[in-house]
Design a protein around this ligand. Structure first.
Ligand SMILES: Cc1cc2nc3c(=O)[nH]c(=O)nc-3n(C[C@H](O)[C@H](O)[C@H](O)COP(=O)(O)OP(=O)(O)OC[C@H]3O[C@@H](n4cnc5c(N)ncnc54)[C@H](O)[C@@H]3O)c2cc1C
Length: 442
């Protein structure tokens, strides 16, 4: 069946639902195509934190208004309704393998106080359900359980085809199909990008966890001296679903078993229960030169390096929908019509967020031995700038190490040499094994 729309949104994640709702509320005839049974069913790993009340992210400083139950994006001048629970957290701690010493990002005690600047974890199912419902009320036509397999430039716009036989046409298409975007591949956008890596991610919700200063994100490596697992990297933060529950990113059941039962961290997990498990596969590419090709406007993760996060997904979905409305209103249904979105994206994403800095933070603590890590975590005893922006974190850590370099050179010359030799390019080179096992599939 062929149907004609102003806009087809492919993908009903955070960016796609926000884009479809915004465009429909502004009077456009909108279709959203999603392959899942329902957009609000979250199966993919996501730690569900909002990077608010701290560093800026994509040059925005979002916050939550308790009075209106809205996430506010003051610089981009829009808001998103949210009726769900949230849970505050007060810092990010890199924890030494000895499970004791910490490099602290943010001042936990100050942030936990009345005047502090807490960030939150939120309930993604509720966020998505809310956006879905608002879109439905505004008239979005949802095509669920449809897998988009083609998007072709045709006279007057784009034709989108699904494996189930739908043929939909529209003046513009918004690609909101996530990190492994099929539209970025079949449209040819990925030919303008460099393939960087494939990474698998497994995360667990673990209930019954108990430890001090527990309302924070913690990351580190546990070392398995007997079982041969090598360094076991983990990231853990509070869950929004239960007070004693934590989201724990750790790659696989064997590592999880070691971490909670046999590592230096096992005292935190005396009586625990795994409540659920989620996974993700991430194909990382350099960001595309611009988020547009052949009347397809790209939003969220689809054209970005790794994760845009829900913050970036909401902002880009919102801005792209407004740009499409403007283009149609002006009678300029082409690249020039959505030029405002393209320039906003370039300025606030790749021009201010260098993906190499993100990679630095991702691999930095993996270049050291267990002993060196224990030493570094002990030496950096000053609380560092409160930020969870993954593009800025590495810079904050380097600035935290700098005042101690004389001492490190004196006491641990080999470690000092490693620190001095580490550059953004080293981080890219360190990703090469993950490039080789990857699936570039242009
Ligand atoms: C381990 C991990 C931890 C994370 N932690 C956080 C965090 O703490 N905070 C945060 O804000 N973000 C976090 N993120 C990132 C966040 O989940 C994403 O950046 C965000 O969901 C991107 O939204 P999106 O709409 O671009 O893509 P997605 O949410 O991935 O949505 C894409 C949608 O498109 C659909 N789709 C894909 N292909 C097709 C097709 N061919 N046909 C039809 N439909 C299709 C998918 O089913 C999906 O519903 C994390 C991600 C990972 C992997």
């Amino acid at each position: 069946m062929a149907s004609k729309f102003d806009l087809i949104v492919v993908g009903g994640g955070t960016s796609g639902l926000e884009a479809a709702k915004t465009a429909a509320e502004n009077g456009l005839h909108v279709a959203l195509v999603e392959r899942k049974t329902h957009p609000a069913v979250v199966q993919r790993s996501c730690a569900q934190m909002f990077l608010m009340n701290m560093d800026s992210f994509y040059n925005e400083r979002m916050y939550f208004s308790e009075a209106t139950k809205k996430w506010i994006f003051p610089i981009n001048n829009f808001s998103v309704n949210y009726a769900g629970n949230y849970r505050k957290f007060y810092g990010c701690h890199f924890i030494a393998p000895n499970a004791r010493d910490r490099i602290e990002i943010g001042d936990y005690e100050a942030n936990a106080s009345e005047q502090g600047t807490a960030a939150v974890v939120f309930d993604k199912n509720v966020l998505l359900e809310g956006l879905y419902e608002e879109g439905r009320k505004a008239g979005v036509h949802y095509y669920l359980e449809r897998n988009v397999t083609s998007a072709t430039r045709v006279a007057g716009g784009v034709q989108v085809g699904t494996a189930e036989g739908d043929r939909l046409t529209a003046t513009f298409c918004i690609a909101a199909d996530g990190i492994n975007s099929r539209l970025a591949r079949i449209s040819g956008l990925n030919r303008q990008r460099t393939f960087l890596f494939t990474a698998g991610s497994v995360s667990y919700y673990v209930a019954g966890v108990q430890f001090d200063r527990s309302e924070m994100i913690c990351m580190g490596n546990a070392y398995d001296h007997k079982g041969g697992l090598g360094p076991v990297h983990f990231c853990m933060l509070p869950s929004v679903y239960r007070q004693d529950e934590y989201w724990l990113y750790i790659n696989g059941d064997e590592r999880l078993d070691f971490f909670i039962n046999k590592s230096n961290f096992s005292p935190w997990f005396k009586k625990t229960e795994i409540t659920h498990k989620r996974c993700a596969v991430i194909n990382g590419w350099s960001p595309s030169p611009e988020p547009f090709l052949d009347n397809i406007v790209f939003v969220g993760d689809s054209c970005w390096f790794a994760e845009a996060e829900n913050t970036g997904a909401l902002m880009s979905g919102h801005r792209a929908a407004n740009a499409v409305c403007e283009a149609l209103h002006k009678g300029q249904p082409d690249r020039q019509g959505v030029a405002n979105y393209i320039s906003w994206w370039k300025k606030n994403w790749p021009e201010t967020h260098n993906y190499r800095d993100f990679l630095c933070y991702a691999v930095f603590f993996r270049i050291f031995t267990e002993d060196e890590l224990n030493y570094l975590h002990r030496v950096i005893n000053k609380k560092l700038f409160w930020s969870m922006n993954p593009f800025n974190l590495y810079g904050h850590i380097v600035r935290g190490i700098a005042p101690h370099m004389d001492r490190i050179c004196r006491e641990r010359p080999e470690l000092a040499r490693k620190l001095e030799a580490f550059t953004p390019q080293t981080a890219v080179t360190m990703m090469k094994p993950a490039t080789r096992i990857g699936f570039p599939a242009y």
